[in-house]
Design a protein around this ligand. Structure first.
Ligand SMILES: Cc1ncc(COP(=O)(O)O)c(C=O)c1O
Length: 427
């Protein structure tokens, strides 16, 4: 595979951008691959190499790259002005679509990213409960917001970035996913404004919350006046039209959305009951009573249009049963291949997403996820890339499916995975 032009771009980019990239997770050794275009299930780099893409714009592109209906809608919208700076029609329509689709969401407000949505939802929960502490799951990823970029990676002991004030670490109470004792301990002092959880842990390993644990979490929140926030930035409109709430039959007080609902444009949203969301309504409130939210590009008509078109297509085509069947089938097939080759492989999955772990059981939390064979996980990434399959990342092998992935591409994925296991056996 030729990567000469990527190398040239890297040399230029490195001079003008730290590490030559805009997000550390997009790094690849010895240099990043610079992309030119995406179409359907494929991305094409600046050297003209084609890859079957299982990263899908960080999971934002459930319909694949450059879906023609979304592109047409966006083109038509662009001709009317890309950014009006005022409330607009697609904003209202998308808000109506989301509130009629996602359970327990009477009202929404839009942001430009999942990080931003999590920042505002934390503020909203603190204002509503008049408490400061936030419960957060070890290994949970909610973006780069100070209060939540705590305990993301092993050993889950605090701040994940230089420059975070101690006060953030002390106000964030870490909880082990799927661990009842840890959950009860977090509620002992009755001081939590909210617990924020990805009901299907995403970058921590694609692990579904145990029903019993989730029921206990709901009960403890109800008993202590703590708000339960579901971060559905990955699961929203992926695992079911109503996200993980619908898929798992659970109820959140506040829902954070992003990725898919922006149709490939920068997006995020927070939603919840009228009672809670009304704190964002500035009318008839004094300064200090209203929770601020906004932003120059928030609810811009491009994102709203792309998101609306995407949700309409999902509503029309109903791909969810197929996604569920496909993910389950892939998981079973990859695990069987592991058995055949006598290499421990376990696959965790939810509709349209799965993760491969080189261990003999399914991880229950992020600590277990990262206890697998890290070197083998990294080798898998290299092997896949060499064979024209791209995904992120080399530390946790997770794969996003879209409606654009064909049966042939998935069979090809399985074959390449098997060839990897064969290669590993020969090591
Ligand atoms: C569950 C979850 N929450 C929040 C975020 C942050 O979203 P964004 O990258 O749009 O800021 C992500 C991003 O991957 C995510 O997976």
């Amino acid at each position: 595979m030729k990567l000469e032009r990527s190398q040239e771009y890297f040399k230029r980019a490195e001079k003008v951008m730290p590490a030559g990239i805009n997000y550390a997770i997009r790094w690849m050794d010895p240099h990043p691959i610079y992309m030119h275009k995406g179409y359907g299930s494929k991305v094409f780099d600046v050297d003209g190499n084609a890859y079957t893409d299982y990263w899908m714009g960080h999971g934002a592109l459930i319909l694949g790259h450059a879906n023609s209906d979304v592109i047409d809608a966006v083109k038509a919208r662009a001709e009317l002005g890309t950014h009006l700076g005022f409330p607009n029609e697609p904003m209202v329509e998308l808000a109506e679509k989301i509130t009629s689709t996602v359970p327990n969401v009477d009202m929404v407000r839009f942001t430009n990213s999942g990080t931003e949505a999590n920042m505002y939802v934390t503020r909203l929960a603190r204002a509503f409960t008049q408490r400061e502490k936030i419960g957060k799951i070890e290994g949970g990823w909610h973006g780069g917001f100070d209060a939540l970029q705590i305990g993301v990676h092993r050993p889950f002991d605090g701040k994940e970035s230089a420059g975070l004030p101690d006060s953030h670490a002390s106000n964030t109470i870490l909880i082990k996913f799927n661990d009842e004792n840890s959950l009860r301990a977090a509620f002992e002092k009755n001081e939590l404004a909210a617990v924020i959880v990805e009901p299907i842990l995403g970058s921590g390993g694609i692990i579904t919350a145990d029903k019993k644990w989730l029921t206990l979490l709901r009960k403890l929140c109800d008993e202590s006046g703590t708000l339960l926030i579901f971060d559905e930035v990955i699961t929203g409109f992926r695992v079911a039209p109503g996200g993980a709430q619908e898929y798992l039959g659970a109820k959140a007080d506040l829902v954070v959305m992003g990725k898919i609902m922006g149709g490939g444009f920068p997006a995020g949203a927070i939603g919840g009951s009228k009672e809670i969301m009304s704190l964002l309504d500035h009318r008839n409130k004094k300064r200090g009573e209203v929770v601020f939210h906004g932003g120059t590009f928030a609810a811009n008509p491009m994102t709203m249009t792309a998101g609306l078109e995407t949700l309409k297509i999902l509503e029309r085509d109903k791909p969810y049963k197929k996604f569920e069947k496909k993910s389950e089938e892939i998981a079973r097939t990859l695990e069987d291949l592991g058995k055949d080759r006598k290499i421990s492989v376990s696959v965790t999955w939810a509709p349209a997403v799965f993760a491969v772990h080189f261990m003999d059981r399914k991880p229950k939390n992020a600590l277990e996820t990262y206890s697998g064979d890290a070197a083998r996980t990294e080798r898998l990434h290299r092997w896949m890339l060499k064979n024209g399959i791209i995904y992120m990342g080399k530390d946790m092998a997770h794969f996003f499916l879209s409606t654009a992935h064909s049966e042939e591409e998935i069979s090809n994925f399985v074959e390449i995975f098997d060839s990897f296991l064969k290669e590993e056996k020969g090591r």
